[in-house]
Design a protein around this ligand. Structure first.
Ligand code: S3P
Length: 174
């Protein structure tokens, strides 16, 4: 198969987890959702991790998980939206895989994002989503190896991500 991870990066609500899970399943690749892994490690939800341990503990664990995952078989990995804001995390990802930006327009994200599971956004609401989108836009685009246009809905997004992974890693292209 291939020997490097595919890291899905991008805004909360951009579709990293839904696309990653589906495409990994279709291509028979291992799939890792970083937030879910961290929840399992802490034995609580991301909201509770932030409330009980603070954002710094969450961010440190995020970096430790990235290091840990470099020793795992090549996987499709949905990262937390804030992970690439730390240059050390980007360094680890670049050294161990391909960074695919799941790029979804702000108005679509605002239309269906679930805020209750997202402690950095929940209190301040949709205005905060817009602020974070603008704040991170250049970083997301600057660190990405490939930009996946996820503006056309779920199935076109699945097709596009499969195409990217197949082409990049020399899998059979249909
Ligand atoms: C965060 C995004 C979340 C999660 C945490 C912080 C962020 O992941 O890691 O709530 O700073 O953008 P998603 O991108 O899956 O929502």
């Amino acid at each position: 198969m291939f020997d490097r991870h595919v890291y899905l990066i991008g805004m909360p609500g951009s579709g990293k987890s839904s696309l990653g899970k589906r495409v990994a399943g279709n291509l028979h690749l291992p799939y890792i959702d970083m937030d879910k892994r961290l929840q399992e490690c802490f034995g609580m939800t991301v909201v509770d991790i932030f409330a009980k341990h603070g954002e710094e503990a969450f961010r440190t664990s995020e970096t430790n998980l990235l290091i840990e995952m470099t020793r795992e078989p090549a996987s499709v990995i949905s990262t937390g939206g804030g992970s690439v804001m730390n240059p050390e995390n980007v360094r680890i990802m670049k050294a161990s895989g391909l960074l695919v930006l799941v790029d979804r327009p702000l108005d679509q994200i605002l239309g269906d994002i679930k805020l209750d599971r997202r402690p950095t956004l929940a209190e301040k609401g949709l205005g905060e989503v817009e602020r974070v989108y603008k704040e991170r836009y250049d970083t997301y685009h600057g660190v990405a190896d490939i930009i996946l246009d996820n503006s056309k809905g779920f199935y076109p997004g699945v097709e596009e991500l499969e195409r990217i992974i197949r082409l990049r890693f020399g899998l059979y292209v249909i």
